[in-house]
Design a protein around this ligand. Structure first.
Ligand SMILES: Cc1cc2nc3c(=O)[nH]c(=O)nc-3n(C[C@H](O)[C@H](O)[C@H](O)COP(=O)(O)OP(=O)(O)OC[C@H]3O[C@@H](n4cnc5c(N)ncnc54)[C@H](O)[C@@H]3O)c2cc1C
Length: 435
């Protein structure tokens, strides 16, 4: 069926869901129909940001250039931050792009659309906790992850130096939020700390001088996952020497400590906030219904109240069951992108759009517990009510999720080549980024 080249699709946000959608639509309909906007020039799959923060993944090696992907997949890429959506004129404004010296590289631009897909992701939710925005780092962007990595590297070097004068010197890291992000980060930091020390911090011993505390408000970590997974992860963290505090609410974050609602205070040379998400502040500009955490409320067909605006991923609340919503996960963003490929294709071709609503399929959850271990459950026809997996198998399955995302974007051969190249690079590079 022929394309209607006059139907302009603009996708804003090239993350886990938006990039997959742009790649699949681009291959079908070409760059005159499909434009992707992102505020960054490189794509990194968000679930790997805890590895970037620990330095076990180098963002400069990992990042895929959007311009390269646009060329490969047949969409147009526009670099810049979304500033405004003019719903009456059906135009989005993309902000100017400046270089490191403040000189303008690209001017502000207006992009007209017939269908706008919002795929902007989410940012951390501090739940109005005093001091959190000022003193805690988040894992919202690659810049955040890189900032955390550099700060931690510097802090470790300082402790290494200080140990000469003061043997009790140590680095206290507090991670707020015992969901998958917090748990994965805790283990990754523990492993990375040991490796960095081995590369040239003669006085620093990670098992003695790096104290990691994971703080969770619920009675157990990984509260959204089955109890068996939560218990296995808790045991693993404790075995590694990571302190886990459950039923513990953070009341305040200060420059070098956190205070809890029950009156305790934990030292925190570094504090990472991984305790919840919310929609981006600019969602409020849309003048459409948002839920209590600022996500755009869409219906089961991922439609907003404006017929020209669709949404997917973390930035929107998709209904599920009686009163629930689809969880904010890469798995959901991926499925929603697949659903929207059919819907947007129908719009471009001027045919009837599928009427059946999108249905979230939970294929299970896998949590990385370091480079060699993981834990999780698989759902689906093969696994029946949920199959518990752990150890190396779970870790390999976890890594395959990342490869599946690459596959959706790059195709089979490029994904295989990339995976092989990265495997070979591991032989010539340190396991942790040291600079
Ligand atoms: C450390 C970590 C580990 C995780 N692990 C898992 C996991 O194991 N499994 C799982 O299912 N989920 C996991 N998640 C959650 C998962 O990453 C998200 O649910 C998923 O990335 C959401 O996809 P998205 O496409 O909605 O948004 P994102 O992937 O966040 O992409 C949003 C895109 O929008 C761009 N953007 C933002 N603002 C603007 C703007 N103003 N203008 C232009 N562009 C903009 C961003 O640059 C980004 O490219 C993890 C998250 C984190 C932080």
């Amino acid at each position: 069926m022929a394309n209607d080249p006059s139907h302009r699709v603009v996708i804003v946000g090239g993350g886990a869901g938006g990039l997959e959608l742009a790649a699949k639509l681009g291959r079908k309909h070409g760059p005159q129909c499909v434009t992707l906007v992102d505020s960054r020039p490189m794509h990194i799959w968000k679930p790997s940001l805890h590895e970037a923060a620990a330095g076990t993944l180098d963002i400069y090696q990992e990042g895929l250039s959007y311009l390269m992907l646009a060329n490969l997949c047949g969409f147009t890429f526009a670099l810049g931050e979304l500033q405004a959506v003019d719903r009456a004129r059906r135009v989005v404004t993309v902000d100017e792009v400046l270089d490191g010296h403040g000189d303008m590289v690209l001017p502000p631009r207006e992009l007209p659309y017939d269908t706008l897909v919002l795929a902007l992701g989410s940012v951390s939710n501090f739940f109005n906790t005093p001091g959190a925005a000022e003193h805690a780092v988040t894992l919202d962007t690659t810049d955040n992850a890189e900032q955390f990595r550099l700060t931690m590297l510097k802090a470790m070097v300082q402790v290494d130096q200080a140990k000469v004068r003061d043997p009790s010197a140590r680095l206290d890291v507090v991670i707020v939020g015992g969901g998958a992000t917090g748990v994965e980060l805790a283990v990754e930091l523990h492993e990375a700390g040991g490796i960095v020390a081995a590369y040239g911090l003669p006085n620093f011993r990670a098992d003695r001088d790096l104290a990691i505390t994971l703080v969770e408000g619920a009675p157990r970590i990984l509260a959204a996952l089955p109890e068996k997974i939560s218990r296995a992860a808790h045991t693993r963290l404790t075995e590694l020497g990571i302190r886990v505090e459950t039923d513990c609410r953070v009341a305040e974050v200060a420059a070098r400590s956190i205070k809890t609602a029950d009156g305790r205070e934990f030292a925190a040379g570094l504090c990472m906030w991984a305790a919840g998400i919310q929609g981006l502040p600019l969602m409020a500009q849309l003048d459409m219904p948002l839920n209590r955490i600022g996500q755009l409320v869409v219906n089961g067909r991922l439609e907003s109240p404006d017929p020209h605006i669709l949404a997917l991923g973390d930035c929107c609340a998709v209904p599920r069951g009686e009163n629930g919503t689809v969880p904010a996960r890469a798995q959901a963003a991926h499925q929603e992108a697949s659903y929207l490929v059919r819907k947007v294709t129908a719009r471009i071709r001027g045919t009837a759009e599928p009427q059946a609503p999108y249905e979230y399929r939970d294929h299970g959850s896998l949590v990385s517990l370091g480079q060699d271990a993981g834990v999780g459950s698989l759902m689906g026809r093969l696994a029946g009510r949920g199959l518990f997996v752990s150890g190396t198998l779970a870790r390999v399955m976890y890594m395959s999720l990342h490869l599946m995302h690459h596959h959706a974007v790059l195709g089979t051969w490029r994904t295989a080549t990339l995976a092989l190249a990265r495997l070979l690079m591991r032989r010539t590079h340190p396991r942790v980024k040291l600079h």
